[in-house]
Design a protein around this ligand. Structure first.
Ligand code: DX5
Ligand code: ZN
Length: 218
């Protein structure tokens, strides 16, 4: 089982002082920075683009885990790779040639990842996994588009299925993760945990990061 890592989502940061929010994540012991990119089409909300990823890359040495909630991610991966992304995740539900886009992400020197929405069956990604095109599987535990939503219980069965088939796969879970909801996700085999609201609203982010880590490790 790969190492447990905590990835704050900067979608929940104060947009007026994003740089300070990113530095706070680093100071609080986060392992990676999760960047939520929304196009207003694939999801109803619009968030940040490659310029924000490039800024994040300048202010921190932490790896950037870039989650593209885009209908046409193939048109933007080059820009996000250039911006300093370490992992680029696309959605299996996107309108693109998924295999080809994953290959392009790897060719650009980034780690390719695939994301599965709550209503989408997990077997939809098996073919891409079988072909060795994926290095991170992101299981959504909310319907994407907004931070601060409630964790959808039951998505852990997808995590367990991936973990059973691929003991070494990086498996992340995203949406509504806090000190309690992290437990079932971790128990079923997730090792990367995205958390926005629970970290940025915490009075002490350092303590919130260690509490999450402790909950995931028990
Ligand atoms: C949802 C995003 C998530 C979300 C996490 O569309 O992909 O990363 O912002 O935020 P919380 O932890 O507030 O659910
Ligand atoms: Zn996300």
């Amino acid at each position: 089982m790969p190492k447990i890592e905590i990835m704050p989502s900067i979608l929940a940061a104060d947009m007026g002082n994003l740089e300070a929010g990113i530095r706070l994540c680093e100071k609080s012991g986060a392992d990676q920075i999760h960047v939520d990119v929304m196009d207003g089409v694939f999801v109803p909300n619009i968030s940040m683009g490659p310029a924000v990823a490039a800024m994040a890359d300048r202010v921190t040495d932490l790896p950037l885990d870039v989650h593209l909630m885009l209908l046409h991610p193939q048109n933007h991966i080059e820009a996000f790779a250039k911006a300093g992304s370490d992992t680029i995740l696309i959605h299996i539900e996107a309108e693109c040639d998924v295999e080809d886009t994953l290959k392009k992400i790897r060719d650009l020197g980034c780690r390719p990842g695939i994301t599965v929405n709550p209503p989408t069956p997990v077997d939809s990604i098996f073919q891409t996994l079988e072909k060795g095109l994926v290095e991170e599987v992101l299981i959504m535990s909310v319907n994407p588009g907004f931070g601060g939503q409630g964790y959808i219980a039951g998505v852990e069965s997808k995590v367990a299925e991936i973990r059973r088939r691929y003991p070494d796969m990086l498996i992340s879970i995203d949406g509504g993760i806090g000190a309690e909801t992290i437990k079932p996700a971790a128990a079923h085999g997730a090792n990367l945990f995205v958390a926005g609201t629970s970290l940025f609203k915490a009075p002490d982010m350092g303590k919130a990061v260690s509490d999450l880590r402790a909950s995931a490790e028990t």
